[in-house]
Design a protein around this ligand. Structure first.
Ligand code: FAD
Length: 486
């Protein structure tokens, strides 16, 4: 039920059994996955607890340089968003603290210990964090949960229906997840309350930290070079304006155009959603307001899911059902990031075809440099390398071909994940792990006709792409650079 300030109590989990010690210092929100001030259930909850305990509220962000194989491209997008967070917090009289970790000390213990020491140094009284189902952030939270001596709470500020509420197990496919979410969404898909402005003396809860943003943005070293992109601006304000433009100008044709790689038919919101710069729940709420139809009607009108011809139904299927299904997979499957996570039928069929002759075999480098025999594949790779986004439809083709042209299934999996995380702005996300696992390992899919290499995993051919849009025009959109070797 909705308790404090409209925050659903099921959204909040108590993560340890430490008691409140009165007369302690601030409530701290450790911002991790949800890098925004507005529409953030974890921050709203932290603020309510600070008010209740009559103590200050502080926000801390734990930045790992090069997290999950990202480089400058992802770092820049994330850090610019965080800088906006610090400014938005200041307007509400909430101090912000940034802890920075270099990759070399990325183990949970090192990170956890630094956070723990910092909490001690400000005499924090209660810790709130958001929900991030991936391995490393989970291990950090686990370390904190076990080691701190103050109460710790986790709040799912990312999913509309908290992952642990939708289901208590790994869901088999969208068709098993969908009815659960359809039932729960009318209760959870609400508008957000606004954050309150704190009294000015809240700012003195911790010493002012002078963050050198320019140095943080430009002075870091990464293990490989991937440039920033300029077609999309990071941060809450930019994300909300992108959402507005999408709803006003492109939303009505989403159902028809989203699979067309030649036009801008998708929302392009995934980088904002990945870094938590805007809330998926805000996006869904705005869409429902735009079409002015209750969520239960949108969902019940059309049972075709992603294939729907209705833009609201098709978009909410992707934004809610598919996205939250990815979190479900990563949360409940400890092998979400390797091929052992695939369903048994898929592992069996892939193993049976492990020694099938591959017509082409490419190294990681050949894939990375877009040097395959297939100009369509190369164009998709170049789209991702140059823009930070590969069209959603092409992502499936791209990953399936990596399976077809790799020496082994494990190698294919690693190649796809590494390239996706290195070049995509929205990489290192549950959606990426699931997108690759769906393409290569049949996760959330069913068995198809058996064929070489793929076994019963669904196959995709260039002719399938051609049915959606002109392959020739797509290739022309992302030509090789003049000096590219053939
Ligand atoms: P829209 O079509 O406008 O959809 C709106 C939102 O719905 C997206 O931002 C996303 O949050 C969600 N969504 C859309 N399609 C899917 C899907 N198939 N599964 C889960 N959620 C979905 N998505 C990522 O966010 N990060 C990734 O790293 C990623 N890697 C992928 C890798 C492969 C091999 C495949 C097949 C898919 C991958 N996806 C990934 C899913 C999907 O392709 C992208 O979410 C989508 O193309 C992003 O563009 P958009 O925001 O314009 O999407």
């Amino acid at each position: 039920m909705h308790n404090m300030k409209g925050i659903h109590e099921n959204r909040i989990r108590r993560l340890n059994n430490e008691d409140i010690i009165y007369e302690k210092g601030p409530v701290v929100y450790w911002m991790n996955r949800d890098g925004r001030v507005h529409d953030n259930w974890a921050l709203l909850y932290a603020q309510e607890r600070a008010r209740e305990l009559k103590v200050p509220l502080v926000v801390m962000y734990n930045l790992e340089i090069g997290f999950g194989g990202g480089g400058l491209r992802q770092h820049d997008f994330k850090v610019r968003g965080i800088r906006e967070v610090s400014e938005d917090l200041r307007k509400l009289n909430i101090p912000f603290y940034l802890l920075i970790h270099q990759k070399k000390n990325k183990d949970e213990k090192g990170q956890g210990k630094e956070m723990h020491d910092w909490l001690d140094s400000i005499d924090a009284g209660l810790l709130v964090t958001d929900f991030f189902p991936l391995r490393h952030p989970r291990a950090w939270a686990d370390y904190m949960r076990k080691n701190i001596e103050i109460p710790m709470y986790g709040v799912d500020a990312h999913n509309i229906v908290p992952t642990w509420v939708t289901s208590d197990k790994q869901e088999f496919a969208a068709r098993t997840m969908r009815p659960k979410l359809h039932r729960l969404l009318p209760e959870y898909l609400t508008n957000f309350p606004k954050m309150r402005k704190m009294k000015p003396d809240n700012m003195s809860a911790i010493d002012n930290q002078d963050i050198n943003w320019e140095d943080l943005l430009t002075g870091q070293k990464f293990s490989y070079d991937v440039s920033t992109v300029d077609w999309i601006n990071p941060g809450y304000t930019a994300g909300m304006s992108q959402l507005k433009v999408f709803i006003q100008k492109r939303f009505d044709v989403y159902a028809d155009e989203r699979n067309n790689g030649l036009v801008r038919g998708q929302s392009d919101l995934s980088p904002y959603l990945h870094y938590g710069q805007i809330a998926p729940q805000r996006v869904a709420w705005q869409v429902v307001q735009h079409v002015d139809v209750p969520i239960e009607k949108i969902l019940s009108a059309d049972r075709n899911g992603a294939a729907s011809k209705n833009s609201a139904a098709a978009f909410l299927e992707e934004l809610i059902i598919r996205r939250e299904l990815s979190d479900n997979y990563c949360f409940y499957n400890s092998d979400y990031d390797n091929t052992k996570g695939f369903h048994e039928w898929a592992q069996k069929t892939l193993n049976e075809h492990a020694n099938d002759k591959r017509e082409y075999i490419y190294t990681f480098k050949a894939f990375e440099d877009a040097r395959t025999h297939d100009e369509l594949w190369n164009a998709a790779q170049r789209e991702m390398v140059t823009t930070g986004k590969m069209h959603g439809y092409m992502r499936m083709y791209w990953a399936k071909k990596i399976l077809q042209w790799s020496r082994s299934i494990e190698e294919a999996y690693q190649t796809a994940i590494t390239l996706n995380d290195r070049y995509s702005l929205d990489g290192r996300d549950p959606n990426g792990f699931v997108g690759v696992a769906w393409s290569i390992g049949g996760v959330h899919d069913r068995a198809w006709f058996e064929r070489d290499v793929f076994g019963k995993i669904r196959y995709m051919a260039e002719s399938g792409v051609q049915k959606r849009f002109s392959v020739k025009e797509y290739i022309a959109k992302f030509p090789p650079e003049e000096n590219d070797e053939k």
